[in-house]
Design a protein around this ligand. Structure first.
Ligand code: KIV
Ligand code: ZN
Length: 520
């Protein structure tokens, strides 16, 4: 391997991923994810958009201070105040980076109403300004894949001359295809003076399901930085998934002889954590990190895998940190066994957390004969999901349901006071949610209510996700229980607790992001 085959991994889970409606993370969660990214060997962490909100600014500054290895980057529009604010946040990092951008395609140029020359001048001014603050500047022509080639070459050249050290080529709307993605990078390398002195990055969205293929094609053509997110989190169909590009280059190193600095055994741990804190569950058949990615159900497959794993497995579960044995635990399993199991599942827990999880594990084992790996993952996600506040707590729930109607009697602890409501509804979940609303009146809209069975069998736990919106603030709640209705109420109450925190706080988690991506 030569250095020229080293591909930098730029993770934007905390910026482009978190920008996805509903994926909002709390300040503490952002710091935790950033630390995991840093430890897994990501080269650059895009930690947020500092001018977008006080919360983003605080998170980027804190992550900049905390990162031990990775460069820390903030996003800024092509405006001097944005760039200054970004620098204020990232300057604490050992290796800070400013990432500034402007939409260069005809559609995007029309919005700030800049003609080609005016936009070129703006790019020159803003990149020069950023470079005067920081020697590590990334510039992006947003919607590059729909920008006229001559104009793209012209503005990329201006940005390089003004001091940009990385030029990122975004496929903002997921419109390109692999051959075109490669041709674009090749064209820029051939036509733009100075292009061989800087690093080209590829930033793909997944609207047509081609983000991974497009990113890898760009690398084959000479790009040496991939922008991606954990689990492919991101607006609409998401961004290039980190785990997919990294594992593709590792498994098919024979035809893609590129190297990254990622410790792939950390993939499953961070994937699960991002799913839990963002409230975006990973689809079962998602490549690399989906629940079924290494599962062999059909008889033919199972037979083959038992004889020789390579018949149906192109990578080993352990490569991504999955050491699941699926040997069930039960109520006689002790604390040491639980800690070992958690480690196998990719969780490192401190003594206090272990104590808490152990109590919950025992309670589950009392209700369920066999506790499988997926049950423990659900338990971990449940305990991590609703930690913001416990202003509302479920004390008691009794549900009557059947063909004669549905009703719920619910007792919630609200602060220090126990309150009770008895209501009916269109089904047991609706009756319970009505009871919560009667006890704690609110106008938040329910955006998502989703139930997943964790394992097979009628005694399986259900994980429930709830997403709600109030005045532009979107919050999620998650809970797991063998009682689906109880899990639903806990998830709903968890989301409300987060909303209460967001309403009341004046600190980093208080504000809703309301910012246009355009530079006027
Ligand atoms: O998709 C995009 O164009 C972006 C830019 C801000 C880089 O995320
Ligand atoms: Zn993007």
């Amino acid at each position: 391997m030569t250095d020229k085959n080293r591909v930098l991994i730029f993770d934007t889970t905390l910026r482009d991923g978190e920008q996805s409606p509903g994926a909002t993370m709390s300040h503490a969660e952002k710091l935790e994810i950033a630390q995991m990214l840093d430890e897994m060997g990501v080269d650059i962490i895009e930690a947020g958009f500092p001018i977008a909100s006080e919360g983003d600014f605080a998170a980027v500054s804190e992550i900049a201070r905390q990162a031990q290895n990775a460069q820390v980057c903030g996003l800024a529009r092509a405006q001097i105040p944005d760039i200054d604010r970004c620098w204020e946040a990232v300057k604490h990092a050992r290796r800070p980076r400013i990432h500034t951008f402007i939409g260069t395609s005809p559609l995007h140029r029309a919005i700030p109403n800049l003609d080609m020359d005016q936009m070129a001048e703006r790019i020159h001014q803003t990149v020069t300004h950023a470079r005067n603050l920081c020697d590590n500047v990334q510039w992006s022509p947003m919607d590059a894949t729909r920008t006229e080639h001559d104009y793209l070459c012209r503005v990329v050249e201006i940005a390089i001359k003004a001091g940009a050290t990385t030029i990122n080529i975004p496929d903002t709307v997921g419109y390109t295809a692999p051959r075109e993605s490669a041709d674009l990078i090749r064209m820029l390398l051939e036509r733009v003076p100075g292009a061989d002195e800087i690093i080209f990055a590829t930033h793909c969205h997944n609207d047509l399901g081609m983000a991974t293929a497009n990113a890898l094609a760009a690398v084959e053509a000479g790009a040496r930085q991939i922008e991606c997110t954990i689990n492919g989190l991101g607006e609409r169909a998401g961004n290039t998934a980190l785990e997919e590009v990294v594992m593709a280059m590792r498994v098919r190193n024979d035809i893609m002889p590129y190297q990254t600095g990622i410790d792939t055994t950390k993939i499953i741990g961070i994937s699960r954590r991002v799913a839990a804190v963002s409230g975006f569950a990973v689809q079962y058949n998602k490549a690399i990190v989906g629940k079924n990615a290494f599962l062999h159900e059909s008889g033919i497959h199972q037979d083959g895998v038992l004889k020789n794993v390579e018949t149906f497995e192109i990578m080993r579960p352990a490569d991504i940190g999955l050491n699941e044995t699926n040997i069930a635990m039960g109520k006689h399993s002790g604390r040491a066994a639980l800690r070992a199991k958690l480690r196998d599942l990719g969780y490192e827990v401190g003594d206090n957390q272990l104590k808490d999880v152990f109590v919950r594990f025992k309670a589950l084992a009392d209700r369920k004969k066999e506790v499988y790996d997926d049950d423990i993952v659900a338990l971990m996600q449940d305990s991590a999901a609703n930690t913001d506040s416990d202003h509302l707590q479920v004390r008691h729930l009794r549900v009557v349901c059947g063909s004669d109607g549905q009703s719920a009697a619910l007792t919630l602890l609200v602060g220090d006071e126990e309150k009770r409501a008895e209501t009916t509804g269109d089904g047991p979940v609706d009756a319970c949610f009505n009871a919560v609303r009667q006890i704690f009146p609110h106008e938040a809209r329910l955006l998502l209510y989703q139930v997943h069975a964790v394992t097979e069998g009628t005694d399986a736990q259900a994980t429930v996700s709830v997403r709600m919106e109030e005045d532009g603030r979107i919050v999620t709640g998650q809970a797991a229980d063998t009682d689906t209705i109880l899990a639903s109420v806990k998830a709903y109450v968890g989301a409300l607790n987060r909303l209460i925190v967001r309403r009341e706080m004046t600190g980093p988690d208080s504000d809703a992001k309301q910012i246009s991506m355009y530079s006027h």
